[in-house]
Design a protein around this ligand. Sequence first.
Ligand SMILES: Cc1cc2nc3c(=O)[nH]c(=O)nc-3n(C[C@H](O)[C@H](O)[C@H](O)COP(=O)(O)O)c2cc1C
Length: 202
Amino acid sequence: MQLLTELLNEDIILRVIWDLLHTHTILCITGVPMDFFDTVFNRYAYRGKYTDEVASFDDVKQIIQAGIAAPTGANVRTTSYIFVTDKDLIQRLHEISKKNVAPVVIILLSENIPNKMGRDCIEANFIMAAENIWLAATALGYATVLNDGVLRNKEVHQQVRELFNLPEHIAVHDFISIGRAESPSHPQKKQDFDEMVVYNKF
Ligand SMILES: Cc1cc2nc3c(=O)[nH]c(=O)nc-3n(C[C@H](O)[C@H](O)[C@H](O)COP(=O)(O)O)c2cc1C
């Protein structure tokens, strides 16, 4: 009994409460994911070098699942992913794009699947997925950035298509590195609320 009392010191009790607060059940009851706002406000575009640490399969799987969980127009799933770990492919992607690339990269693809309303939501769909991926990576302590600018260069675009053996009907939009920052940075200051928001009418 005495041992139990000693074990249940303040730190352990606090730890148990903390863990409980993070369970899905509690999140469903309170409706407020504990770390959501920390993640949002700590996310930033990292363009520096990455360490050699290879993100674990489970982490990257969870990050991609966050992308898959994103909303899509009319619930038509147009975004798919390449989970890249092959060192030669990563090295070639770095050479082609001239960007810092982590040991793991997620490539965002899309397929032009028309939805019932005939609306084209492809761009919006993959941006929604990309933001989920970015936030999930941040939540797990990885640094990343969305690389789409370089893929607008026709030559780079074509080389990336060939590197990943993409068939005609599949478009490539972005690649997202998932890695540990060699020199971590910090979020940029964003505009103040009052600068960006008006009430009711413009
Ligand atoms: C649609 C989109 C495309 C982007 N493309 C690139 C890119 O090609 N290269 C890059 O370095 N950053 C890219 N970014 C990151 C933005 O430059 C970055 O989010 C912005 O400067 C704000 O900085 P922050 O993300 O650190 O808050 C992109 C962001 C978005 C939303």
